[in-house]
Design a protein around this ligand. Structure first.
Ligand code: MCN
Ligand code: SMO
Length: 790
């Protein structure tokens, strides 16, 4: 199944391990990030943020700050009223309450770190100095920190006008789960806890806005994943037509979902540039980033899984409380993360009876937003833990119990209990391949040996499916303000024969400049070195959104394929005049058009010169620009699947968890670039290991973030991440053009569950089950000490 094995029989470009063309630039320090941008007369912003988690703003005194050197302007929420239109993340979902997005707090603050006052000054230092002089009189209000307390009727309210802290509630239901659970022979259950994370990127958030007064035109350079969405949102917020607004995401140093939403600071910087008529910059420092970037994965999940006596899972019920933070994130809404948890809980298994309830609860913390995997790391953690717990009760191998319950290869398409439909998926194939490649039987023998020696050696697996490449019929968040179901590509061959490909997606580490060049080279017959991919520029295509939800390969790859095929036809038509041959007799390869069976040929450069400059050579009524703009809509989308296996040992003296091996067998359909896919899996697994063992944003009872530096918020480094093996099962998707399935998030989805299962497996002799992630050293210590005491 390894793609490398059959490269020779494949088309040349799609499927090749092409080295990332962006790497020479990025690795030699020639990247161009937002903060690198300098422009004449540039001003700098510093934000005075709330140090209260919930308070009324009684008064703000900026007098001393205004007299501070270099200060150009000071703005409060009141100053922005009527100047920036509040944006509302709408949703079609019943029982959902939106909260408006404003640039600066108005009347009240609802989390520590919320921007309250903005100072614009000649330098960042001067702006920071002035910030210190601002006096804000806060009247503290009761904190709302614990999501379970926040749902109680007597809880203080964060949004009085809404009348409840429950911003959303929903139930998915199929069959009669209670009756089936009653009849179940084996039941496993638990209260699972996935702790809050931050989607930590190496580059902090950063924005530069430049304004041309003569043109009334604004350009925002934003470290964002979604320049197209930001452009459309700014157009509304600032009441400007889209053709006077341009949002550019230059090189972006990671996002992981944290740069996939519109931020208050981004709104402010753009407004200020226009208002003051000068370029304005704000770059977050790490403290601000940890305190104010959207956070992810914060759920309490009560779940129970019931089996019949033959070992088939018959009923699953779950109750989810998601801590969505203080506001509903724009544009995705607070619905995004918690509803995905209940949507994906049945996972790859046939479970006839399902009920999943979810509530998203507002608390005094930064808004919950997308984070790599969205909902599925938590749902996979729960379902895969329950599978392992059941296997132990049945005394059967966890692999066999999974295989028995999985949707089998001849049972697709399959609709799971939440209503999601899996197209053809490789559930059993991935699990079999993972176990074969890692030598599962041998590992179990090693484990028996280790156990005999009193060692804690564990093997954990996790299987999942994720919905990727989502089209217009099942938008990422139904009823949200912006359509995310399509993407556009524009290809132009210029008069030098060079090929420029513009896509609406915005890579921030995924290597699109390489993979989309491969797609276009394949379908156009151009040379890789003649192709340049432009991404992350809202002005490059008429409608664009960005990169999130593992959609770019499917959507932009699809659009690029359509556009390349169209341009190829134009090239062939032009060449047929110039080479005096019929289109059917022409071939295009490596940037050369040739007449089959003759020595007549021309390069793209010669062709382009003739088309654009040598007016007599093609009849004028048949001369056409060598370009095409195509939009692709996969309508539904496609599922990607994987099986993860973690092997680890826990030191019985220090309780240190040492990951020995990690293997992923994944199916992302037809691979564009196996090397890039491997890299994506490696990075995703590293983040999943972080979620399993280290990463946790902690708020104390007053709502203060006590993990607001990278000393306290611990991420895995190279020494904590083992070498990761990746096996590719390449089942082309039948529902997407080109057969691609998305995979950029997958690594993070499976790894937390696999590690949690491996730890529970290692500690089976103590009857320990992991219900809470991350299993930090402290948690593991308590688990083991508790178990020993009983
Ligand atoms: N690819 C491929 N063959 C396939 C599928 C994908 O070669 N069958 C390639 C694509 O062409 C692309 C990469 O793999 O170069 C990822 O593709 P895709 O799954 O379409 O995901 P996106 O490009 O839309 O990226 C978004 C995804 C998300 S949602 C998060 S979160 C995430 C991730 O990508 N954040 C990342 N990977 C990241 N990687 C880095 N370095 N930094 C982040 O912030
Ligand atoms: S969390 Mo990825 O940006 O969808």
């Amino acid at each position: 199944h390894n793609v490398g094995d059959d490269l020779a029989t494949r088309p040349k470009m799609v499927g090749a391990r092409v080295r990332r063309t962006e790497d020479p630039r990025l690795l030699t320090g020639n990247g161009n990030y937002v903060d690198d941008r300098q422009s004449a007369g540039m001003l700098h912003v510093a934000f005075r943020r709330s140090d209260h988690s919930h308070a009324r703003i009684v008064s703000i005194n900026c007098e001393a700050a205004r007299r501070s050197p270099g200060v150009i302007g000071i703005f409060t929420g009141a100053d922005l009223e009527g100047r920036i239109k509040p944006l509302i993340a709408t949703s079609r979902m019943a029982n959902y309450h939106a909260t408006p997005l404003v640039a600066l707090a108005q009347g009240k603050v609802r989390y520590v770190g919320e921007p309250v006052v903005a100072v614009v000054a000649e330098s960042r230092y001067l702006a920071e100095d002035a910030i210190e002089l601002i006096e804000i009189d806060f009247e503290a209000l009761p904190v709302v920190i614990d999501p379970e307390a926040a749902v109680q009727p007597d809880s203080p309210l964060l949004h009085k006008e809404i009348g409840t802290n429950v911003l959303l509630s929903r139930e998915f239901k199929r069959g009669d789960v209670d009756a089936e659970m009653e009849n179940a022979v084996v039941r496993v259950s638990g209260r699972f806890r996935m702790r809050r994370k931050t989607p930590l990127a190496m580059e902090n958030r950063s924005y530069v806005a430049e304004y041309s007064a003569g043109q009334d035109a604004l350009t925002l350079y934003s470290a964002t994943q979604i320049p197209g969405i930001i452009r459309d949102a700014l157009s509304e917020a600032l009441d400007m037509p889209g053709n006077r607004l341009r949002v550019i995401a230059p090189d972006v140093g990671g996002g992981f979902g944290g740069k996939a939403s519109l931020y208050p600071e981004e709104l402010f910087v753009t407004f200020a540039a226009r208002h003051l008529g000068r370029a304005v910059k704000w770059t977050s420092d790490r403290l601000e980033d940890l305190a104010s970037t959207s956070q992810g994965f914060d759920e309490i999940i009560d779940a129970e899984l019931g089996f019949d006596k033959a070992g088939f899972a018959v009923a699953l019920r779950a109750d989810v409380i998601g801590d969505v933070g203080a506001y509903s994130i724009y544009p995705w809404t607070a619905v995004l993360e918690p509803v995905q948890v209940v949507s994906f809980l049945p996972g790859p298994y046939k479970i006839q009876h399902y009920r999943g309830r979810v509530r998203g609860v507002a608390t005094s913390k930064p808004p919950m937003g997308p984070y790599r995997g969205v909902g599925r790391p938590a749902s996979t953690f729960v379902t895969e833990r329950l599978m392992d717990m059941a296997a132990r009760k049945f005394n059967v191998d966890p692999k066999l119990l999974r295989l028995k319950n999985m949707i089998q290869p001849d049972e697709f398409p399959h609709k799971i209990g939440s209503g999601i439909v899996w197209d053809q998926c490789s559930f059993t194939e991935c699990l079999e391949a993972a176990c074969e490649r890692i030598g599962y039987a041998t590992l179990r023998e090693r484990q028996a040996q280790a156990r005999a020696e009193g060692r804690w050696f564990g093997i954990g697996m996790a299987c999942y499916a994720e919905l990727t490449g989502i089209g217009s019929r099942i938008s990422v968040a139904p009823g949200m303000p912006i359509n995310t179901g399509t993407e556009t590509a524009k290809i132009l061959i210029d008069s030098t024969g060079a090929v420029t490909v513009a896509v609406g997606t915005a890579a921030h580490g995924q290597g699109h400049e390489t993979t989309f060049a491969q797609v276009v080279a394949e379908h156009l017959g151009a040379r890789l070195q003649d192709i340049r991919v432009i991404h992350g520029d809202s002005a490059a295509v008429p409608n664009a959104t960005g990169s999130y939800a593992s959609r770019s390969a499917v959507l932009a790859g699809g659009a690029a394929t359509l556009a390349a095929q169209d341009v190829k036809e134009k090239v062939l038509r032009a060449a047929s005049h110039l080479l005096e041959a019929s289109v059917a007799d022409l071939t295009i390869e490596d940037g050369r058009i040739a007449v089959a069976g003759t020595d007549r040929a021309m390069t793209f450069r010669e062709l382009a010169r003739a088309v654009y400059s040598e007016m007599g050579r093609i009849p004028s009524d048949q001369r056409e620009e060598l370009s095409s703009t195509k939009t692709y809509d996969p309508v539904f989308g496609t599922a990607a699947t994987a099986a993860h296996v973690a092997v680890l040992e826990i030191d019985p003296e220090t309780y240190q968890v040492k990951l020995e091996r990690f293997l992923v067998a994944e199916d992302c359909g037809k691979l564009i670039n196996p090397m890039i896919v491997d890299g994506q899996v490696h990075g995703g697994v590293a983040q999943g290991i972080g979620a399993a063992l280290y990463e946790e944003v902690i708020y104390n009872d007053e709502g203060q973030n006590v993990t607001a530096s990278l000393v306290d918020y611990v991420v895995p480094s190279a020494s904590e991440v083992p070498s990761i093996d990746v096996v590719h099962i390449e089942a082309a998707s039948k529902t997407t053009l080109g057969g691609f399935r998305g995979m950029g998030e997958g690594g993070t989805i499976g790894a937390p569950a696999a590690v949690a299962n491996a730890i529970s497996d290692a500690l089976a002799s103590l009857n320990i089950d992991v219900f809470e992630l991350p299993v930090t050293p402290e948690r593991l210590f308590r688990l083991i000490e508790n178990a020993k005491a009983h």
